[in-house]
Design a protein around this ligand. Structure first.
Ligand code: PGA
Length: 242
């Protein structure tokens, strides 16, 4: 795992967007998984801006959404689907056939997981996976205590995720479960990037990169990824000793 520290949120987002663009230049049919959330927001915006400027071919890659809140409809502004629709799918004019997001309203969520696992396998795995880190050390909805050997699964959300997650919604919302890619997907991805910014993430970044690898703090698994990167700004790197 490599650590990269950028001056601020804009610089780390630009670097992350550049990683996606260079992969697409090299492999236009790449399989790319992104997280939604506050951290990747500017990465998505810069990807659209730079990608369109550089006339990148966005028509052939496969886009996979990392996770979704179970029971939250796509038109809800707090849903992961809404985030991707607004920030990537519409601006990049991605076709439905290249976009793969969990249907969190499905009556058969197990089948949603099976379909996602099968699709990723069929496409030869994920080339690049970009994830954030939660205030409890989660990646996607891989909550503390999750098995490192999970592929896609449905999980009961941790109390921290339920309370922090309210920030994405206009009003209080009942969050109970999530559907998510597993940490096996992260470890099997050809390149994994964990991004974090801001002072509030300094503690979790310290633990993710310097703490013992444990499923009680799932993000520690990034330490074992052979082509894993932690890309942070100076604020999120504040607790890391030089
Ligand atoms: P955030 O979420 O980017 O909104 O901080 C991170 C996460 O919970 O994974």
């Amino acid at each position: 795992m490599q650590l990269q520290i950028y001056k601020d949120y804009t610089a780390l987002s630009a670097a992350t967007a550049s990683e996606i663009i260079s992969l697409l230049k090299q492999k236009p049919t790449a399989v790319i998984c992104l997280a939604s959330g506050d951290t990747p927001r500017l990465t998505c915006q810069l990807l659209v801006q730079k990608g369109l400027e550089e006339k990148i071919d966005f028509s052939r890659f496969s886009f996979i959404g990392l996770d979704e809140w179970v029971g939250i409809p796509p038109e809800n502004e707090g849903s992961c689907r809404y985030f991707f629709e607004t920030l990537l799918i519409k601006p990049l004019k991605l076709s439905p056939s290249q976009v793969h997001l969990f249907d969190a309203l499905s009556t058969d969520l197990e089948n949603e997981c099976k379909k996602m696992d099968a699709l990723i396998a069929e496409k030869g795995g994920i080339d690049l996976m970009i994830v954030g880190i939660g205030m409890n050390g989660h990646i996607g909805f891989n909550e503390p205590g999750v098995s490192f050997s999970n592929y896609a699964h449905v999980i009961d959300l941790d109390d921290t995720t339920i309370s922090v997650g309210q920030k994405y919604f206009k009003g209080p919302v009942h969050l109970k479960q999530g559907i998510t890619l597993g940490l096996k997907h992260l470890m099997n991805s050809k390149q994994a990037i964990l991004i974090a910014n801001g002072t509030k993430k300094a503690g979790v970044i310290e633990q993710a990169i310097a703490g013992g690898v444990s499923n009680l703090f799932p993000a520690t698994i990034i330490q074992q990824h052979a082509n894993g990167f932690v890309i942070v700004d100076e604020e999120a790197a504040a607790n890391i000793k030089g």
